[in-house]
Design a protein around this ligand. Structure first.
Ligand code: HEC
Length: 130
């Protein structure tokens, strides 16, 4: 699982593993934007996600997107239907590639509310502070 996070803000096109799926478009089509934002403070109940890759990796994101309630059983985030693994991967790739700091939108709080996924802990570096 070699994830190349591109230095500067580049759309998820660079290393997209899933041609045919556009993560940014999926974010809208799947309704994620109703609860989340990317690139600015979130107006919905979910955290801003531009910074999610600072504390989550692809393994954790896959587990979360597959079944949020497995990681946090009282979350309001629904279990969404996925047409294929490639579709989910495209969205994960988009979130990982979007990574950049936004001081105005602190999305790090959500991370501390949900315990890290066990399968991700081996890859977790120093991301979890506080
Ligand atoms: C009905 C609202 C809702 C929708 C729709 C929704 N989410 Fe969420 N999501 C949340 C909430 C609320 C949280 C915070 C977890 C919690 O405390 O329940 C969350 C958490 C997350 C997290 C984890 C953030 C972290 O670091 O802990 C990710 C990633 C995420 N959502 C991605 C998505 C994606 C991608 C979609 C679309 C496929 C989506 N969400 C759709 C409400 C939603």
């Amino acid at each position: 699982m070699a994830l190349v996070v591109l230095g500067s803000a580049r759309p998820a096109a660079g290393a997209a593993p899933a041609p045919g799926f556009d993560g940014k478009k999926l974010f809208i089509d799947k309704g994620c934007f109703a609860c989340h934002s990317v690139n600015g403070p979130s107006a919905g109940p979910g955290p801003e996600l531009t910074q999610v890759a600072y504390q989550r990796d692809a393994v954790w994101l896959r587990a979360w997107l597959t079944d949020p309630k497995k990681l946090k059983n009282d979350t309001v985030m629904p279990k969404l239907p996925w047409k294929s693994q490639a579709e989910q991967d495209a969205l994960i790739d988009y979130l990982l590639a979007a990574r950049h700091p936004i001081p105005a939108a602190d999305s790090t709080r959500a991370g501390s509310r949900i315990p890290p996924c066990p399968s991700a802990s081996s890859r977790r570096a120093d991301a979890e502070s506080s």
